[in-house]
Ligand binder design. Structure first.
Ligand code: NAD
Length: 359
């Protein structure tokens, strides 16, 4: 028996479903009572892991003991499961990307409102340390006013798994990884989007994208390049950020990186020309020794409430969600704009004005 207050069932007991079960073992408020998966072998795995294996979604939804449904299925069925669960008066936690199309999220939000239940999306990478470090650099103007952000993830293993290769399931890397990087970017840069220009790659011959590059400019003057690749045998840094008085780089998820800032007012010698290829350059020569200072990346001191604890605080009316549905909707609409830009080879302007009219 448990004295945890909330009983949760995981729908979809694959990679992410079982990861949630593992993480929730540590949570003081939420108890995982069981799982439901369409595959017999996953139901057997659930029993072996000590959880009840429900035989159907309706069995989960008609169980009055269940307070929460956590959706960790492929993306195409998030909407139908979410709406059924909300109509059965369950709170819902849903994996990213919340849905494939923004209209589907709007329907879910309406169902949540109608049933007075909470629906919260697991945009867990808002808690990533590399992101929080860059957000601190941005917020506290550690390199001055940030005017350019490059955010990348690159692998050399192609598109993973089975359903991620298929359009009907919401496959492709924009929906898979893009949703995380775009969510981080929009969470950090508090400004309207001025323009979006994107291209998707289909190097591996799948029907869905195996990577993409998107340039997003913001009304506050900040530009950005977001890139996901699955055919990169050499990786570029995870973050490369330029500000008016310095540059920050984070190489990887282990937070290797540095900050280099300009020493203003110091008695700085002009850089000496260097030989570059078949020519000479002063412009591209390294700055003289006194012209810059190198420092370590800042440490994150503020600890945000964990994702699950925030969900409970929201349900108990004690806090606002850290991941707001309106923010998730804006990211979905941005991904739709990226698909459109890539298809038409056009720079799309006025994104926020167009989408605010839809909402
Ligand atoms: P997976 O293929 O490993 O697992 C999905 C499971 O859902 C499978 O066991 C499958 O049998 C089951 N399933 C399919 N349709 C179902 C249905 N209608 N009802 C019940 N079960 C059903 O996939 P995954 O990698 O675990 O991804 C699942 C979700 O989690 C996706 O939305 C994915 O984008 C997300 N995800 C999020 C993160 C993250 O960091 N937030 C990481 C990985 C995956």
């Amino acid at each position: 028996m448990t004295n945890r207050n909330y009983q949760l069932v995981i729908v979809g007991y694959g990679g992410m479903g079982s990861y949630h079960a593992k993480l929730l073992k540590e949570n003081q408020s939420i108890n995982v009572v069981g799982t439901y998966d369409i595959l017999e072998e996953k139901r057997a795995a659930s029993l072996a892991d000590g959880y009840k294996a429900y035989e159907s979604l309706s069995a989960v939804l008609s169980d009055d003991a269940v307070d929460f449904v956590l959706i960790a299925t492929p993306n195409d069925v998030h909407k139908e499961i979410a709406i059924a669960a909300l109509n059965a008066k369950k709170h819902v936690i849903c994996e990213k990307p919340v849905t494939i199309y923004s209209e589907e999220l709007i329907e879910i939000m309406q169902a949540a409102k109608l049933n007075d239940r909470k629906f919260i999306v697991h945009q867990n990478r808002r808690w990533d340390e590399d992101f929080l470090t860059i957000k601190k650099v941005y917020d506290e103007q550690i390199i001055g006013n940030v005017f350019h952000i490059e955010s990348r993830v690159q692998g050399a293993n192609g598109i993973p798994g089975d359903w991620r290769h298929l359009k009907a399931y919401g496959g492709g890397m924009l929906l898979d990884w893009g949703v995380h990087l775009l969510d981080q970017l929009l969470f950090m840069v508090d400004s309207k989007i001025e323009s979006v220009y994107a291209n998707l790659s289909y190097i591996l011959g799948d029907e869905v994208d195996d990577g993409f590059q998107v340039c997003i400019t913001f009304e506050n003057g900040c530009t950005s390049l977001v890139e996901v690749g699955t055919t990169n045998f050499i990786q570029l840094p995870r973050w490369y950020v330029k500000g008016t008085s310095g540059t920050a780089v984070i190489q990887d998820w282990d937070l290797n990186g540095k900050i280099v800032t300009q020493n203003r007012g110091a008695d700085v010698e002009a850089p000496k020309p260097i030989k570059a290829g078949q020519g000479l350059t002063k412009t591209m020569a390294p700055p003289s020794e006194l012209a810059v200072s190198t420092s370590a990346l800042p440490k994150i001191e503020t600890v945000m409430e964990s994702f699950y604890d925030n969900v409970i605080s929201v349900v108990e009316g004690k806090a606002e969600p850290i991941v707001k549905n309106e923010e998730v909707l804006r990211v979905l609409q941005l991904m739709e704009t990226i698909f459109k830009s890539a298809e038409t080879n056009e720079v799309i302007k006025d994104f926020d004005n167009i989408t605010s009219k839809i909402n």
